[in-house]
Design a protein around this ligand. Structure first.
Ligand SMILES: [Fe+2]
Length: 389
């Protein structure tokens, strides 16, 4: 995240003496990606951030992933999955490969302190509200927010009481950010970008939590380790830099439309290593006098396409059983497109009231264990007018 930000107290000059009221030195921590050669932040802790008193492997079943074989379009009804738990331990793995894993969770309890050392996380909040607490401070989040958490950021999720915090969790095995083509050579959002710096929210003040013997779960490539820290990691009095968690409300995405159908890349929000995130938001649609506003049939030669239907009505899928909370997987190797009748029905329509988040991966996705608990087995046959209607 190249947009510079400064929160709380930081010294005038980096790497110089910065003292607590009792005269002791604050501990400066640099969080930087790609060694010391890319975006970074400098954080100032009351206590040293390296003081661990225990480390234990958390026994956990490996998440089994099975190939999508025989190759089929899939429809997963996430609202049929279990509700409850927290936003870290309650993740139910649906789809994954070596680059990215997609899970669904309906959280009703605060999570443990957590750090994903494998890569960045993008958490899309379908409904509910809550707070992301982190070493960077407090960030209020809610329905429609993408919350981007850089790798190795210690944080925890606290859902607001009442309705569960429903979320699609995108765990990358690398870093995630705006597409390069949205940014100037020095990292400013360009005029052609559908969103810009003003649309991003980030922590505004430090948390300054006190505590001792605090447990933190760390996801790393070999598994999960539970560390115990001598002092609370949320003891940062200030930080600055270009690496921090932020939220982006999907409602602030300004759709790009045209006289004829625009391809999915105009709907892109983020890119990761070997995957992209796009969204389809309520918008005026194609206005050529002979336009067909619903998408043409298409073969994703080099990608698997995941759609998470999170609001409105999705015109092209009417009659397929797709509804709020549905996830469809349209894999490479087989064409996909509108349900029978949608092509004709869409002609003359001027506005689509749809909301969907799309993840396209460039390596085939495998199926997680939670698929069995929520798959609609009839979906693959719905274009042939069989199965659910
Ligand atoms: Fe598609």
């Amino acid at each position: 995240m190249p947009h510079y930000r400064r929160v709380g107290e930081v010294p005038h000059k980096r790497h110089t003496q910065f003292r607590r009221p009792d005269g002791g030195l604050y501990a400066e921590e640099l969080m930087g990606v790609e060694g010391f050669s890319a975006d970074a932040a400098l954080l100032y802790h009351r206590a040293i951030p390296t003081a661990i008193t225990a480390a234990e492997a958390v026994p956990r079943e490996p998440d089994p992933l099975t190939p999508n074989h025989p190759l089929k379009p899939r429809h997963l009804r996430t609202h049929a999955l279990k509700v409850g738990g927290d936003l870290v331990d309650g993740r139910q793995l649906l789809l994954g490969n070596a680059d990215v894993r997609l899970s669904y969770v309906a959280a009703d309890a605060p999570s443990p302190l957590f750090r994903d050392a494998v890569g960045d996380e993008v958490v899309y909040l379908e409904s509910g509200a809550g707070v992301l607490e982190s070493v960077y401070g407090r960030l209020e989040v809610g329905r429609g927010d993408y919350v981007v958490i850089p790798a190795s950021t210690t944080h925890r999720w606290v859902p607001a009481p009442g309705v569960p915090l429903r979320a699609l969790v995108i765990e990358a095995a690398g870093h995630v950010g705006p597409p390069d083509r949205y940014l100037s050579r020095r990292g400013q959002f360009l005029e052609l970008s559908p969103y810009c710096e003003r649309d991003l929210r980030a922590p505004e003040e430090p948390l300054l939590v006190e505590g001792e013997q605090v447990e933190v779960l760390v996801r790393h490539r070999a598994g999960i380790t539970r560390f115990t820290y001598a002092t609370h990691p949320f003891d940062v009095v200030g930080w600055d830099g270009c690496l921090y968690p932020y939220a982006f409300d999907i409602g602030d995405f300004e759709p790009i439309t045209g006289r004829v159908h625009q391809p999915p890349p105009v709907h892109q929000v983020f890119e990761g290593d070997n995957f992209v995130v796009c969204n389809f938001v309520p918008r005026k649609v194609d206005y050529h006098p002979l336009a067909i506003p619903v998408p043409y049939y298409h073969s994703n030669v080099d990608s698997d396409e995941v759609m998470f239907y999170c609001g409105g009505n999705y015109e092209a899928r009417r009659g397929s059983g797709i509804g709020q909370g549905s996830i469809s997987l349209h894999p490479g190797g087989i064409a996909h497109g509108p349900q029978p009748g949608a092509y004709e029905r869409g002609i003359g329509v001027e506005f689509f009231d749809e909301l969907a988040v799309m993840v396209d991966t460039f390596v085939p996705l495998k199926l997680g264990e939670a698929v069995a608990a929520c798959e609609d087995p009839a979906y693959a046959w719905t274009w042939a007018n069989r199965g659910t209607t």
